[in-house]
Design a protein around this ligand. Structure first.
Ligand code: MN
Length: 438
């Protein structure tokens, strides 16, 4: 290619909220210190390879709409090299500190498993050089255990143990690659781990298979000395009717059943949270409360559509409330904000990829600044603490310390003639208060 795909796009810079330049940040100011760290270090934004460089804009009704030059190259390895060059030029111009990928996004599947591994090694040699050249880091790696028809009945939960073994080889390889590239986490998304009908599914058996797979992954992590977190990404409904990793609570129960709750955390996606019937903030709060919060796939769904639309985030209040929850708990450790988000099919030009990511990073930055005000003012936190203040009094403390039995509490309620009065939850007042920070 004589001209690179993103040549006409300038390096994106911070110009402040009054800027009218659509190819500039209005809030994302990477070195600005927010809550004790640089904005770039608090948000840890990552660009995903699959939607942004591998997907061609196709949907179930029609062909790809994006005319990406690397998709026109017939030789799959040459195409992968051009895609890699374009991807790193995108990361550099955008100024995103991290990226994420599946094995099959970055290098093509070969005729055999061994050839697939060899293809991956060749492209990873080049990726390693690009990472050194640009300073862009790997937030996490993962293996695609869902696209190839061999996985149509699941990977680890497949009725055929040979498919399980094939998946094990892919995951082992990608864990090695993630370690080599100093990736900060390793992700497992259930993909096709789930079922359509119990007429052909032994749910208990498939659970044991999945538990065994995760156990092997945890053992291998320790064997190779990978220090990052292992993350499971909950998702309901799609692609199978019943997905085993439905939501954070389901994942946590599963991990506890197989004694893996200290080995895995969750990678929570905004759109998946909505599809499971929760809010994004609920899923984040649940994971934090149970010590399994890991990382975020940042995107949004559509209120009118019941599937995974994976749109770029654009709601400052929703983002601020999630960041308020996360930052109040100390923020990310090894996780970050991965844009698992894709353009609409009609957004066909190179600059549309920039508009999408600039908007996403700006809404996160704005949300972070709002969350900072909420945390510093303490008004919301104080109201919450006041609501539970009874638990700091002797009765509440004794209950939680296990000093009173059910019968003793009953005797106490009767002897003191307890008659607790209902207190307002003040929801509307609190909603008004939250809106004042915007
Ligand atoms: Mn999604």
């Amino acid at each position: 290619m004589a001209e690179s795909y993103f040549d006409r796009i300038p390096t994106i810079r911070y110009e402040g909220p009054s800027s009218e330049n659509p190819l500039a940040f209005r809030y994302y100011e990477k070195d600005r210190v927010v809550l004790g760290k640089k904005m770039s270090e608090q948000l840890r934004c990552a660009v995903c390879y699959w939607h942004t460089f591998a997907w061609n804009g196709s949907d179930v009704f029609g062909a790809g709409t994006f005319d990406r030059p690397w998709h026109r190259i017939a030789d799959p390895m040459e195409s992968a090299q051009e895609k890699l060059k374009a991807a790193f030029s995108f990361f550099e111009k955008l100024g995103a500190p991290y990226f994420t990928f599946h094995d099959r996004d970055i290098a093509p599947e070969g005729r055999t498993l061994a050839e697939s591994h060899a293809n991956l090694d060749k492209i990873i040699d080049l990726a390693e050089k690009e990472m050194a050249r640009t300073g862009v880091k790997l937030l996490w790696g993962t293996a695609n255990l869902f696209s190839n028809p061999r996985y149509m009945s699941g990977a680890a939960s497949n009725p055929d143990p040979e498919v399980f073994a094939y998946a094990a080889s892919q995951v082992r390889k990608m864990m090695d690659v993630t370690l080599r590239l100093k990736g900060e986490n390793y992700v497992l998304w259930g993909g096709r781990e789930g079922y359509e009908t119990l007429l052909n599914t032994d749910m208990g058996h498939e659970g044991d298979q999945l538990g065994r797979f995760f156990t092997m992954v945890a053992e291998y992590k320790h064997k190779i000395g990978f220090k990052g977190h292992l993350l499971i990404e909950p998702k309901p409904k799609e692609p199978t009717k019943h997905q085993y990793d439905f939501d954070s609570a389901t994942v946590y129960a599963f991990l506890q059943r197989y004694g893996l709750e200290k080995e895995f955390k969750v990678n929570i996606e905004a759109n998946h949270a909505i599809l499971s019937g929760h809010s994004f903030q609920h899923e984040v709060s649940y994971a934090l409360a149970n010590g399994i919060f890991g990382s975020l796939d940042i995107n949004r769904g559509d209120n009118l559509l019941g599937w995974d639309t994976d749109q770029f985030p654009n709601d400052p209040l929703e983002t601020a409330l999630v960041l308020f929850t996360l930052m109040s708990a100390g923020g990310f450790q090894t996780g970050g904000m991965n844009f698992d988000a894709k353009l609409r099919r009609q957004s066909i030009e190179p600059e549309d990829l920039f508009h999408a990511h600039i908007g996403g990073m700006d809404v996160l930055a704005r949300g972070l600044l709002i969350a900072e005000k909420m945390i510093q003012d303490k008004a919301l936190t104080k109201k919450l603490e006041q609501r539970y203040e009874g638990w700091n009094q002797p009765l509440g403390k004794d209950i939680l310390a296990g000093k009173l039995s059910l019968a003793e509490l009953s005797d106490l309620a009767l002897s003191k003639g307890l008659d607790p009065k209902a207190k307002s939850g003040r929801q509307e007042m609190l909603e008004n208060l939250a809106n004042r920070y915007i």
